[in-house]
Design a protein around this ligand. Structure first.
Ligand code: OSB
Ligand code: MG
Length: 370
C-alpha cells in the first residue's frame, strides 16, 4: 500500500447534552478527523484524544504533534504490505496510542476499501449486527438520571452504564433498581475515582447486581484492582489500565478484572484491539467496545471491531442522535432494531463523509504529501 497524502482536520462539535464524568464535564467534542489517500480512494479515522490529559496522557495537540513529527513522514515514505505492518513499524514510539491509532485505523479503512471488503470483514468480524448500550454521565439530579434511563430503555438499549464518583454512587444505582427493577442490564463506570480506602462503598454496590463496575481504581493500576476483585462479587471491568496486549495478559493473570473494555484509540489501533480480543477469547474474558464520545467516523470503526466474535457484551456505540444534532457521516448510525446496530455492508467503514458538515465544524486543517 502506498499512502500518497494524509489530511488532518480539527473539528469542534457541540454535544447535544453535557457529559459529566469523575474527571470533568464535556459540552463540546474536539477531535481530529484523519484522511489517508491512496489509489484514488480515501480511508478515514478519528483521533479520540481529548482536549486535556484527563482520561489518558494524550491531548489533541500532543497527538497531532506525535503524528506530524514521527508517524506521517514515515507512512508517506513506506510501502506497507498490510495495515498490520503499522504496529511493528511504530512500536518504538512509547504510548501515544491515540496518535498511532488515528493513522493506523484510517489505513485499515483504506485497505478494506482497496480490497473491496467491509472493515468488519477485513478484521475477521463475524456478526451482521451488534448489540449496543448507552453511557450516561453524572446527571445533576437523580430525577434527571431516571428520565434519561427511561428514554434509553424505551429505545431498547441493551445496557445502561452510568458514571459514578464518590458521593454520587450507591444512591444512583439504588434509584435505578427501585424504579426499573433488577432485569435492566446495569453497570457503573468510576473512571478511577476510588481507592481501596473506599472498599465499604464499593462493597455496598454488590447488592444491586451490576453486570460490572468499570475502572473503580487508579488509571495505571492492576494490583489493587486484583485485591478489590477478590473482595467483590461484582465483576470488575478495566478500561484506563489496559493499553496493550501485555497489559491485558498481566491483568488477566493477576485476576484484576473479569471483563475488558476495548477502545481502539487507547490500545493503539485496530491491530492491537483485535489481538486483545483474541487473547481474551482464549482466556474466557468477555469484551465490549467502549466509546470516547466519537463522531460517526470513530463510531464506524467501533461498530466494525465490535462485530468480532468475543464482543459479547453490548458496547457504548450508541446511535448518532444520542450525541449529535447532526453527524458527519451518511447515513447516520441508527438503531436498526431496538438496541441493535446493523454492521454496514459497503466497503471500508461503510459510511460516507458529509464534507458540508465537516466544513461547518472545522477549526483548521493541514495536508501532508510525499
Ligand atoms: O470511560 O468510557 C469512558 C467518554 C469519554 C472518556 C471516557 C469514557 C467515556 C464514556 C462515553 O463513557 C462513552 C460513549 O462514547 O458513549
Ligand atoms: Mg470507562
Amino acid at each position: 500500500m502506498k499512502i500518497e497524502k494524509v489530511k488532518f482536520e480539527r473539528l469542534k462539535m457541540p454535544l447535544l447534552s453535557p457529559f459529566q464524568t469523575s474527571f470533568g464535564t464535556e459540552t463540546d467534542r474536539e477531535f481530529i478527523l484523519v484522511s489517508v489517500y491512496g489509489d484514488g480512494l480515501v480511508g478515514y479515522a478519528e483521533c479520540v484524544a481529548m482536549d486535556s490529559p484527563v482520561y489518558n496522557e494524550e491531548t489533541i495537540d500532543t497527538a497531532w504533534h506525535v503524528a506530524e513529527q514521527f508517524i506521517i513522514p514515515k507512512v508517506l515514505e513506506t510501502e506497507l504490505d498490510s495495515p498490520e505492518d503499522f504496529s511493528n513499524i511504530f512500536s518504538w514510539i512509547r504510548k501515544n496510542n491515540m496518535a498511532k491509532s488515528a493513522v493506523e485505523s484510517a489505513i485499515w479503512d483504506l485497505y478494506a476499501k482497496q480490497k473491496g471488503l467491509t472493515l468488519s470483514e477485513a478484521l475477521g468480524g463475524e456478526k451482521e449486527e451488534i448489540e449496543v448500550g448507552v453511557s450516561i454521565g453524572i446527571e445533576p439530579t437523580v430525577d434527571g438520571l431516571l428520565k434519561k434511563v427511561e428514554g434509553f430503555l424505551a429505545e431498547g438499549y441493551k445496557k445502561i452504564k452510568i458514571k459514578i464518583k464518590p458521593g454520587v454512587d450507591v444512591d444512583r444505582v439504588k434509584a435505578i433498581r427501585e424504579q426499573f427493577g433488577y432485569d435492566v442490564p446495569l453497570m457503573a463506570d468510576a473512571n478511577s475515582a476510588y481507592t481501596l480506602a473506599d472498599l465499604e462503598t464499593l462493597k455496598r454496590l454488590d447488592q444491586y447486581g451490576l453486570i460490572m463496575i468499570e475502572q473503580p481504581l487508579a488509571h495505571d493500576d492492576i494490583v489493587d484492582h486484583a485485591k478489590l476483585q477478590s473482595e467483590l462479587e461484582t465483576p470488575i471491568c478495566l478500561d484506563e489500565s489496559i493499553h496493550s496486549l501485555e497489559d491485558a495478559r498481566k491483568a488477566i493473570e493477576l485476576g484484576s478484572c473479569k471483563i475488558i473494555n476495548i477502545k481502539i484509540g487507547r490500545v493503539g489501533g485496530l491491530t492491537q484491539a483485535k489481538k486483545i480480543h483474541d487473547l481474551c477469547q482464549e482466556k474466557g474474558i468477555p469484551v465490549w467496545c467502549g466509546g470516547m464520545l466519537e463522531s460517526g467516523i470513530g463510531r464506524a470503526h467501533n461498530i466494525a471491531i465490535a462485530s468480532l466474535f468475543n464482543f459479547t457484551i453490548p458496547g457504548d456505540t450508541s446511535a448518532s442522535k444520542k450525541y449529535w444534532a447532526e453527524d458527519i457521516i451518511e447515513p447516520e448510525v441508527v438503531l436498526s432494531k431496538p438496541g441493535i446496530v446493523a454492521v454496514p455492508k459497503e466497503p471500508g467503514i461503510g459510511y460516507s463523509l458529509r464534507q458540508d458538515i465537516v466544513d461547518k465544524y472545522l477549526l483548521y486543517s493541514k495536508v501532508y504529501s510525499r
